[in-house]
Design a protein around this ligand. Structure first.
Ligand code: BG6
Length: 503
């Protein structure tokens, strides 16, 4: 049974529809939902952009994108034929009032033709500098419907450039949309393994009793990408790794791993706990921020064919000081986590693609084994690729003598549940339509995340030359190793080989 019948009819207006996100993620999200019969019966998608397309050209572009990016190639033409009839294109300049007046008229016509009841979802897949202008214009030009209808605003990250600009942006958007109408996207929250963090922690009596500073030595969160900036250099060069990935995705992961158990699984209670946790992360002064962080940029590798440094990527400034890697040590001041360092790192052009949360346990083994060189237990939550969970523990090697070896116990999501888990964006699009904000970030989460990250930005700003470099294809700069060696810790190397061979 699907929940389709409960879904309200609506129109989904995507600003920036000719951009990368629509082609890579959103259209396949819509397509998969349509294929599973999970979109409302009366539903339309309006792509809004500055390019000179008509409906047919836009539909063709979407079809090509689906062929290129969707995991389930567009073989079932009939399915696409039905979806394509719901897709339209409207060309406008986001900065001009007349554009919005025209768009409103256009939407009214589509709404009449498709009986979408005046319910409108506006998705801003545009440069952050357009967020304020678009939300302002939607309101003053009468595009926001409320009486017996709904209007929602979906906004992509980054939400501001720092605490100050985020507050300013929020203040502006809040003049036009209520908090419960705003859906701030952090697509990591919709990843299967991320949602599994709470289940792992709270549905298993085994882990939660150990989830504290008595048993845990340090926690590491790594988001390693092997790709570079690709076609997004113009955006990325203005933002860098800390704003692009750490302030949002990684701080969200941290809050889920470290928060106290919520009173219930509903959005309100989960967010309440996450915010409480974020509030207990130390906000450093500038000096402490400098000594607890590393920022770095990738350079060409002599070992990799066709490798180029960040500054030579198309669209970056050739003197750019933007970081493509950042590593931080954070501390949480509460009874559960006092004394446990949280190491967070994110980088592009690293050795391979891996997003992992690693829980390194303390050595609490029995004195019986004090003569043995035992490995500490490690629990790895693998987010991607190949979602899974690994537990490292010690076992006796077969034989007459007592020899101990560490072994890994693997759970592979794909092997157990199959490969048809919904993509993050598919889930998020459906949740906006259903008005379920659990997997979206509330303003106080975003604000607290900026409070934590702001001192690092400020300290880097003060000391502009403090940028390290690392070779493409490596695990980052040596300064990141030194950062945690201060505490006698080492970065865990992400698991390389896929454990997801279907056995
Ligand atoms: C995005 C960042 O939010 O997340 C990108 O802007 C990054 O720079 C991407 O590549 C990573 O997402 P995923 O789902 O591929 O891990």
């Amino acid at each position: 049974m699907n929940s389709k019948n409960k879904l309200d009819s609506c129109i989904f207006v995507v600003f920036g529809a000719t951009g990368d996100l629509m082609r890579r993620k959103l259209i396949s999200g819509f397509f998969n939902l349509h294929k599973k019969n999970m979109l409302p019966d009366n539903f339309s998608i309006i792509g809004v952009g500055r390019r000179d397309y008509d409906d047919e050209a836009f539909r063709h572009e979407m079809c090509l994108s689906l062929d290129e990016y969707t995991k389930t190639k567009l073989t079932k033409k009939e399915i696409w034929r039905k979806l394509r009839a719901k897709i339209y294109y409207y060309k406008m300049n986001f900065l001009k009032k007349e554009g919005y007046i025209g768009l409103n008229e256009y939407l009214k016509k589509i709404e009449l033709d498709n009986d979408t009841k005046g319910n409108r979802i506006f998705y801003l897949s545009v440069k952050p500098s357009f967020f304020e202008t678009i939300s302002f214009n939607l309101n003053v030009n009468g595009l926001i419907n409320r009486k017996n209808k709904f209007s929602r605003l979906v906004i992509e990250k980054p939400f501001g450039r720092d605490l100050f600009t985020a507050r300013k942006l929020n203040k502006c958007i809040s003049k036009h949309f209520n908090e419960d109408e705003i859906f701030r996207i952090d697509h990591y929250l919709a990843k299967e393994t991320v949602q599994n963090i709470m289940v792992l922690r709270f549905a298993n009596g085994l882990f939660e009793p150990l989830w504290n500073n008595k048993y845990i030595d340090n926690i590491q969160i790594t988001a390693a990408e092997s790709i570079g900036v690709g076609t997004r250099a113009a955006y990325y060069d203005q933002f860098g790794a800390l704003r692009d990935v750490v302030q949002n995705h990684l701080v969200q992961l941290l809050s889920l791993v470290a928060m106290e158990p919520p009173d219930s699984f509903d959005s309100y209670h989960i967010k309440k706990r996450k915010v409480k946790l974020l509030e207990s992360i130390s906000v450093y002064d500038s000096e402490k921020a400098a000594s607890n962080s590393v920022r770095a940029q990738y350079i060409k590798s002599n070992k990799l064919k066709d490798s180029i440094g960040y500054r030579y990527e198309e669209g970056t400034d050739n003197c750019s000081m933007t970081e493509t890697y950042s590593a931080l040590t954070l501390e949480i001041k509460n009874d559960r986590w006092d004394g446990v360092p949280f190491y967070i790192r994110a980088g592009k052009k690293l050795k391979y693609h891996a997003t992992e949360i690693v829980i390194n346990f303390k050595d609490t083994s029995s004195k019986l084994f004090s003569d043995f060189n035992l490995s500490n237990n490690v629990l790895v939550l693998r987010l991607q690729p190949d979602e899974g969970i690994h537990l490292l523990f010690n076992t006796k090697k077969p034989g007459n003598e007592l020899n101990i070896k560490d072994v890994k116990m693997d759970f592979c999501h794909k092997a157990v549940f199959g490969i048809n888990t919904p993509e993050a964006y598919e889930r998020l699009l459906l949740d906006v339509i259903k008005n379920d904000s659990t997997l979206f970030t509330r303003w106080d989460e975003v604000e607290n995340a900026w409070k934590i990250v702001d001192p690092f930005l400020k300290s880097w700003e003060k000391n502009k030359t403090n940028l390290s470099f690392y070779e493409s294809g490596s695990w980052g700069p040596k300064e990141a190793d030194l950062l945690i060696e201060k505490n006698s810790h080492k970065w865990n190397i992400p698991i390389y080989e896929s454990i997801c061979r279907i056995r």
